[in-house]
Design a protein around this ligand. Sequence first.
Ligand SMILES: [Zn+2]
Length: 222
Amino acid sequence: MKDIAKFIAGFERFQAKYFREDRSLFSRLRQGQQPRALVISCCDARVDPAMLTGADPGDLFVVRNVANLVPPYRHAAEAPGIRAAIEFAVKSLGVEHIIVLGHSNCGGIQALMDGEGITQRNYEFIGDWVGIAKRAREQVLRELPQKPPALQARACEQAAILVSLDNLLSYPWIRERVDQNTLALHGWHFDIDTGELLAYSAESATFGSLVSGPAPDQRTDA
Ligand SMILES: [Zn+2]
């Protein structure tokens, strides 16, 4: 029960900051939201987009799901929740950026790499869901067949981000705005081991450092 007490105390601090000390932000936000970015991130408890980016209330429109996946525009298994959220963010809110935020040590991507193993472990839904990125898994097994599982998983995390970016472009009203340069797509990968943030560069076709991790001697666990 002490966890719930922690969360209630946290809300009290939030309330004090935004509803007692300075009401200006929420007096503006109660008129409506105007987020400039849609973030599609993993459900993982270690990867909260607002905390990672220092966003204030109203800054980010966030969709979270297992392994931060975007289904293609036409997807046989249907995924109305995320598709509705993307539609609202793009058509109604007019976001200017969509960030697909993946991360290291992702359990969803591990499940994807496990393949058949996930259904044998009594999970009913995860296998189908992560199957959205099955071509990321196939690519990794084809290109890195002899590499250790941890390295394959990391490669798959990044490849799955690219599958999601590609799938975003299958939505005609996203493609149109990207072509008009009024919407930019970003693929980010947060390394929870080192604290580094990587971003995909279409120019180099690789993930490179956007914010490097602290040097080992600056890390408290070094
Ligand atoms: Zn994850």
